[in-house]
Design a protein. Structure first.
Length: 483
């Protein structure tokens, strides 16, 4: 055979490299393609890029005990950096399409409950301590054991509840649904639009985005969610340029004057793990850490199960692949978030948007993490996507996750009632953890009154007891005299 023929028959280096990446991430084995993973990575980023705007607003809007505020520019850098690094680590180490960033809810606890009692360094030190405790729970196998102890129907209910929850988030973020001000003196908690009717260009963009997304999904076309996000962002930019729009909310779709912005890493490393004990009572610190751990623990559990179930990655026993590594990385993300003063980083349910685009492996995380890394320098360009353009993806993914409700046996009350409470409480209280807690407690109670308490795993008993303390934290604090 001639030398030219040998060269022609030999696989090229790029193909060999691509095959190696395919085998490492099991892209083909999971029925995915590089194109789907890339689209999924983009979709996940665009549906959670709001955290680059929202986290600095939440943390930067609060003062610590000494009247100090965190710098918004430094918070943006810290938020993007932690999201980039930990999302990539999750992709490589956990091989799940599960992106991570500063957790909403936990950042509010840090800003408005913890910081007023101590310095920002001490508050972020508690976040680091919480992450370290979660890592210990993972290393000892306790966190994974709890997930394995949950009955399969409850796992399915968690996925359905999360679907409704993120759809509700989409409706609220876009302004399609809003809270009625308390001054209205009405028992109706939410309403259509801001005044009971839909008004304004931003809501119109959202409605058009929802219709476009569901139309593309119905046609089973590739890239439905990503196409919708990009298309409606362009529409929003045009609308903002030609119409009189009062407000888009957090992100205005304006073409920025400067594309590149220099990152400011000034907040990295500003934390004190045990400083809080010198600022407030030990009981208060313990209760604060307990609240952080419990919220982070079960939020992550629900997110990991929900996203994995939607991606079809659960095994025949309903278990998540590489669960131990996934949970350890998530715990490490909490540590990283506190160490960077960005608050606890955790797995994001918006990752389901990427799954809806076809992502099935951690390769999509390389794309999402890479975009967060770019956001360190291109924040003005990458944050022009308004919530009204990204929120339709959450509504669509909510529908996709809702379809798992068919697997729950609604004729068996010992399963149906806890499943219902899990599904209902999540969106109605705006919390994944609350829904899981309601499901656990009711499951244990019903099994007990039916005389079948022995069927309940001891870890569910323990988790339910902890949730009872969590739900009753206010009277507990009063009894312990920490208020």
């Amino acid at each position: 055979m001639s030398e030219p023929q040998q060269v022609a028959d030999r696989p090229g280096a790029p193909r060999s490299a691509a095959d190696g990446v395919d085998r490492f991430f099991r892209i083909s084995a999971r029925g995915s393609t590089f194109g789907r993973e890339v689209r999924g990575g983009f979709a996940t980023f665009f549906t959670m890029a709001y955290i680059l705007v929202l986290n600095p607003i939440v943390l930067g809007g609060a003062e610590d005990k000494f009247g100090h505020r965190l710098d918004p520019a430094q918070l943006t850098t810290a938020t993007a950096l932690v999201a980039a690094v930990m999302t990539i680590v999750m992709g490589v180490g956990g091989n799940l399409p599960l992106a991570l960033a500063a957790g909403l809810g936990i950042n509010a606890v840090a800003a408005y409950q913890i910081a007023p009692l101590m310095s920002w360094d001490d508050a972020m030190g508690l976040i680091v301590l919480e992450g370290l405790l979660i890592c210990v729970l993972v290393v000892t196998g306790l966190r994974e054991a709890v997930m394995h102890a949950i009955p399969q129907p409850l796992k399915q209910a968690i996925s359905v509840g999360i679907g409704l929850f993120i759809a509700f988030i989409g409706f609220v973020d876009a302004g399609f649904v809003s809270r009625i001000p308390d001054a209205a003196n009405t028992t109706v908690p939410v309403q259509l639009g801001g005044t009971g009717t839909l008004s304004g260009w931003p809501v119109l963009v959202f409605c058009a985005g929802v219709l476009l997304t569901v139309a593309l999904l119905a046609r089973r076309g590739k890239g439905a969610i990503l196409i919708s996000i990009v298309t409606m962002t362009v529409v929003a930019v045009v609308v903002d340029a030609v119409a009189d729009v009062k407000s888009w909310g957090l992100t205005t779709p304006e073409v920025p004057d400067d594309v590149v912005a220099s990152p400011d890493f000034g907040l990295l490393g500003h934390f004190s793990v045990f400083g809080a004990f010198g600022q407030t009572s030990a009981i208060t610190v313990v209760l604060l850490v307990f609240t952080l751990v419990l919220s982070d623990f079960f939020d992550t559990m629900g997110t990991v199960v929900g996203v994995s179930a939607e991606a079809g990655l659960l095994d025949e026993d309903g278990q998540v692949p590489n669960l131990g590594r996934v949970l350890l990385i998530d715990g490490a993300a909490a540590v990283a978030g506190g160490a960077a003063s960005a608050s606890s980083a955790t797995s994001y349910i918006e990752s389901a948007a990427g799954v809806g685009e076809g992502a099935r492996t951690g390769f999509s995380n390389l794309v999402t993490g890479g975009l967060f890394a770019l956001a360190l320098f291109l924040t003005p360009l990458l944050t022009i996507v308004p919530l009204q353009a990204a929120a339709p993806a959450l509504v669509a993914v909510g529908f996709l996750m809702m379809t798992q409700v068919k697997h729950i046996d609604w004729d068996r009350y010992e399963i149906a009632v806890p499943a219902f409470l899990t599904i209902a409480v999540m969106p109605f209280t705006y919390s994944i953890s609350n829904g899981i807690g309601a499901g656990f407690v009711s499951y244990v109670l019903i099994k007990t009154v039916l005389g079948r308490a022995k069927e309940v795993h001891w870890l569910l008993w323990t988790a339910s007891a902890l949730f009872l303390v969590y739900f009753a934290i206010d009277p507990v604090e009063q009894l312990l005299g920490v208020r």
